[in-house]
Design a protein around this ligand. Structure first.
Ligand code: ZN
Ligand code: ZN
Length: 583
């Protein structure tokens, strides 16, 4: 595929040498703002699927063929824009633009590193799935049906080339990603089924267009089936696989690109192990105090882990009724809003209320009980929803009970703080106040997740839940999950920890059910570094707050810290830290 590049008009503007410092700064910012807009336009042209997923639909009809020519084109794209970025000096830009520049530089370097060094396009067959992007286009509401179908028709007309390139790319894959690719492409195949055919029939397309489209759908099915046959036959039967573990050197580098932390992966791993020990210590202390209250007259288990387990199992008996889960969430939101106001933790914006709703059907089944749907960068006026999934009607009483106990009365409050107030939803409202397209697209996941985890602890520290041992014990357990995620991510990818060791660790010291622990193992074999992001972000934000407390002494103000921290948008914590310490 041939790519057109948009000219970088703004780069021709030289800055005026006799201008004073302020004027120079504003010139540089003007030039950088123009650069960002042009860059993002060009990025969408280079990555149509990425564009569609972010709500930018100009290139929906294009399919990128993942072949050598495309990799060369991607390389040229990255080199070109890295060179453009090098013409800006960091000091001449506002803090907001400084962060954007560093995010863009990291993004382009990371892209090259993924392609040239990690080479997941060779070993991860799940990188290729035409059905997934077609499904998004079909279900999207951006264009009327006819236009969506025409885009899909054009896009899938290259399905055979797409999967031919995919096959040619696969070399020495992992077994785990091969199995995943089979599963996901089977799901992708279903996209080229009845629902799509029905849409074509009821559409306003001409008979000739309908015929062309259905021929292309049939060819796309053949291409997907061919790829699956190749994976099942040639790849799985040959049985020659590389390990899914990427090892120390690649893990360190991926950690640096994906998380952008001021810690190295090894340092973070040490920190997570230390935090795990602290949590266990705190849990043991609280469980010992709670035991007589819940087991009057009984002798407490001598083993600390058994003691903690007994108390946790007692506390989780308090939970919402099966048909009252969504209501229980809805009722809590006003309480959280009021608490944040009463304690003056940060200023909230009452003009942007959060809409709590039952998760729409097409989004259900991912296993996430609750999530926040925020409007994308191209859809700013839309509502922000807090999606809460009702207990599925087909669940057995035992399944429902296990789920309800996991989200018991205490943990459900922590979940609401995390997802909604003052967690993800509140962070998002602040981020949207200093709108930066770069940050909405390349926002830092560790900061976003870290803030939500920090918000939980900050609420409890300020007396939410009356500082009760019950609330803190279940927060410890909840926090242990993200801490152990970081521990096992490193232990599996770098230190060869086995499935049985991982499951044992998660069950004993994480107090997790067998099914949760096995699911986590699977996830940890398919991703690298992502499991470390929650703990890293949380640790960095908490450390920054403590650092500023120390520095400012009695002048430290929590509300000012929270608002100031959030004012930089979804940026890596290390950059926010630099800017906050400079003040
Ligand atoms: Zn129950
Ligand atoms: Zn989260």
């Amino acid at each position: 595929m041939k790519l057109r590049y948009l000219p970088l008009l703004a780069l021709a503007l030289a800055s005026c040498s006799h201008a004073d410092k302020t004027e120079k700064a504003s010139n540089a910012d003007t030039r950088f703002d123009a650069f960002k807009n042009q860059f993002i336009e060009a990025l969408w042209r280079q990555n149509p699927d990425y564009a569609s997923s972010q709500g930018y639909h100009k290139y929906d009809s294009l399919l990128v063929i993942p072949n050598a020519a495309q990799r060369q084109s991607d390389d040229a794209f990255a080199q070109k824009y890295l060179a453009s970025l090098a013409t800006f000096s960091l000091d001449s830009l506002t803090p907001n633009n400084q962060i954007d520049l560093r995010l863009l530089r990291n993004e382009l370097r990371a892209e090259r590193w993924y392609a040239d060094t990690l080479k997941n396009w060779q070993w991860n067959p799940a990188s290729y799935n035409l059905g997934a992007s077609v499904g998004d286009l079909l279900n999207g509401r951006h264009y009327p049906l006819d236009r969506r179908l025409r885009n899909i028709s054009d896009k899938i007309s290259h399905a055979a080339e797409y999967y031919a390139a995919a096959k040619a790319n696969i070399s020495d894959p992992t077994k785990e990603h091969t199995v995943l690719a089979l599963k996901q492409n089977a799901g992708g195949l279903a996209v080229f089924g009845k629902a799509l055919a029905d849409s074509v029939v009821k559409s306003g397309l001409s008979d000739a267009e309908k015929k062309t489209m259905m021929d292309r759908v049939a060819a796309a099915r053949t291409a997907v089936e061919g790829y699956m046959g190749f994976l099942e036959g040639d790849v799985l039967k040959a049985g020659k696989f590389r390990s899914f573990r990427i090892g120390k050197s690649l893990f360190e580098q991926k950690f640096a690109y994906d998380i952008q932390s001021r810690f190295s992966a090894a340092e973070l791993y040490q920190e997570a192990q230390k935090h795990k020990a602290e949590l266990l210590h705190d849990m043991g202390r609280r469980a010992a105090r709670l035991y007589p209250k819940y087991f009057p007259g009984q002798k407490a288990p001598a083993d600390s882990l058994a003691l903690i387990t007994a108390v946790i199992n007692q506390l989780t008996l308090k939970h919402a009724p099966r048909d009252g889960f969504v209501d229980a969430v809805k009722r809590q939101i006003p309480t959280l809003v009021a608490f944040v106001n009463d304690k003056k933790l940060l200023t909230q914006d009452p003009s942007k209320p959060l809409v709590v709703r039952e998760t729409p059907l097409y989004m259900r089944g991912s296993g996430a009980g609750a999530s926040v749907s925020a409007p994308g960068p191209y859809d700013k006026g839309a509502n922000t929803y807090y999606n809460v999934e009702p207990i599925p009607a087909d669940w057995t009483p035992a399944q429902a009970e296990s789920y309800l106990r996991e989200y018991n009365d205490y943990t459900l409050q922590i979940l609401n703080i995390h997802e909604a107030i003052p967690g993800h939803y509140t962070q998002l409202v602040y981020a949207n106040r200093s709108p930066s397209l770069v940050k909405s697209i390349f926002g830092n996941g560790a900061m976003v997740e870290g803030w939500a985890v920090y918000a939980e602890r900050m609420m409890l520290e300020n007396g939410y839940g009356n500082n009760s041992d019950e609330m803190w014990l279940l927060w410890d357990k909840w926090n242990m999950r993200s801490t152990l995620n970081a521990v096992i991510d490193h232990a599996i990818q770098v230190d060869n920890m086995s499935e049985e060791e991982v499951v044992k660790l998660l069950r004993r010291e994480g107090f997790q059910e067998e099914a949760e622990a096995r699911g986590k193992w699977l996830r940890a074999t398919l991703s690298q570094v992502q499991l470390s992001s929650y703990f890293t972000g949380y640790t960095e934000i908490y450390a920054l707050r403590e650092e500023l407390k120390k520095k400012e002494g009695k002048d430290f103000d929590l509300k000012a810290f929270n608002e100031n921290f959030l004012s930089y948008g979804s940026a890596p914590v290390k950059y926010i830290r630099e800017l906050m310490l400079r003040k």
